[in-house]
Design a protein around this ligand. Structure first.
Ligand code: GDP
Ligand code: IMO
Ligand code: MG
Length: 421
């Protein structure tokens, strides 16, 4: 059959967890392909709420195989906690969860490095989640990392010691003399990981594809945080775009048949970096309170602003988006007017709908089209035909500008608060 990818088109937290869970019954496999515990994917159903960090969001659907792909950086301590927490709530997941032997391991010393590197950046902090993501990907590309498959080998202990020695020196250079590491906790987590289904998931996926299974690849973060195309250096350390699904799962491009692009009806960003449509004012504060825009992983305030069409067009282009999913429409229910940024004005006065090389050295001024608010509570609405006309106009305008159909409208955090169009 085919692989579909589901990717965030903004700065993350678009609602990927909710939608992967919603769509999972249509697939036999859900696979994460990049990132790690920096992700926080929230799911709500049956009056329960879960936040997943490394486990794919198909885990609550019976018979769906969930794969942690080679493109992830995996924190075994976080994984153990996640699994035990889910099991305590009655979720039986070990049979259907597979971990790539080629995913890289986040060590406790990677987390110390992440924190120390941020502290040394002074006022140029990335706003990293400090989960060890950057240093672990650095060791991966620097060819000194440890992989999940290593924990099954007798050389693991020595390899671990060597890497810890390297990190100790690096931390010393950053002014950290004493390493606060709970060694026993790490070793217990590694033992726990050894008991899971560790395999070369690229072969597993190839077999599943041959058997005609359909696969949903679940992105983490968002396109504007991509290490190549995001607002570098205020990005994460992986490729968050469709291309990342190929390398992060080991699948060939011809299998990708559909790319679902997910975005909020407005924009948010956690951490530092440029954000052209940011409303660092009462409007932004309003959106934050109504949308409960606080990080699912770190609890930090998310910065809020209006929808940015040039940025969305860029994300659609990079990912090859075939369908759009629009989230959190209900958050804008009470607004009289809702601006949408259609173009940027560059410093030389030029008007464009393309992103400049660098939004930091070339700041842009957003140009807005003002849309009328719908001033309607969307609770309990289940059909497109019941939606207020001003919301349909908002959707219609965005769709026309972007040239890709919006096939799903989300009106609340619960699985049920989802309208197909
Ligand atoms: P992810 O990282 O993309 O999975 O998104 P997060 O879970 O970090 O953040 C999305 C937040 O919005 C979560 O708290 C969701 O429960 C919530 N959410 C998802 N869809 C909707 C929606 O349509 N309306 C509202 N009000 N909340 C939503
Ligand atoms: P999900 O999957 C939103 C942001 C951080 C920081 C930058 C780099 O839940 O959408 P990192 O820890 O990766 O080195 O941080 O990226 N960031 C996210 N923002 N959602 C996420 O994941 C994020 N993961 C990382 O805030 O600005
Ligand atoms: Mg999130």
């Amino acid at each position: 059959m085919a692989i579909h990818t589901l990717l965030g088109l903004q700065w993350g937290d678009e609602g990927k967890g909710k939608i992967v869970d919603f769509l999972a019954p249509q697939y036999q496999v859900v696979a994460r392909f990049q990132g790690g515990p920096n992700a926080g994917h929230t799911l709500e159903f049956d009056n329960k709420k879960f936040v997943l960090h490394q486990i794919p969001s198909g885990i609550f659907r019976e018979d769906v195989i969930n794969i942690i792909g080679n493109g992830l950086v995996l924190d075994p301590i976080v994984l153990k906690k996640e699994i035990i927490n889910l099991e305590n709530q009655g979720v039986n997941l070990r049979k259907n969860l597979f971990v790539s032997s080629k995913a890289h391991l986040i060590l406790p010393s990677h987390k110390l490095l992440d924190t120390a590197l941020e502290q040394n950046k002074g006022d140029k902090k990335i706003g990293s989640t400090q989960r060890g993501i950057g240093p672990t990907y650095q060791d991966k590309t620097g060819r000194s990392g440890l992989r999940v498959g290593d924990i099954l080998r007798p050389e693991f202990e020595q390899k671990y010691k060597n890497l810890l020695e390297k990190h100790t020196q690096e931390l010393k250079n950053l002014g950290v003399e004493k390493l606060e590491i709970n060694q026993a906790e790490f070793e217990e987590a590694i033992d726990f990981l050894r008991q899971l289904n560790i395999t070369n998931t690229e072969y597993l996926l190839a077999d599943l594809i041959k058997e005609g299974k359909s696969i949903l690849a679940e992105g983490a973060q968002g396109t504007l945080l991509d290490v190549d195309f995001g607002s570098y250096p205020f990005v994460t350390s992986s490729n968050t775009i469709t291309a990342g699904a190929l390398t992060g799962l080991g699948v060939a491009p011809q299998h990708i048949k559909e790319t679902l692009g997910i975005f909020k009806a407005y924009c948010t960003r956690v951490g530092s970096g440029p954000f052209p449509t940011e409303q660092d004012n009462e409007i932004g504060e309003n959106i934050r309170q109504i949308g409960k825009e606080f990080g699912a992983t770190t609890g930090r305030k998310r910065r809020c602003g209006w929808l940015d069409l040039p940025a969305l067009k860029y994300a659609i282009m990079l990912n090859g988006v075939t369908k759009l999913l629009m989230m959190k429409c209900d958050v804008l229910n009470d607004f009289e007017e809702i601006p949408i940024c259609t173009h940027y004005e560059l410093q030389n006065g030029e008007i464009t709908d393309r992103l400049p090389y660098c939004l930091i050295s070339e700041p842009v001024k957003p140009i807005y089209k003002i849309m009328k608010g719908w001033k309607t509570d969307l609770t309990n609405l289940t059909k497109v035909t019941e939606l207020p006309q001003n919301l349909l106009d908002y959707v219609g305008f965005i769709e026309q500008e972007l040239g890709v159909p919006i096939t799903l409208i989300s009106t609340g955090p619960d699985r049920k608060e989802t309208i197909l169009r």
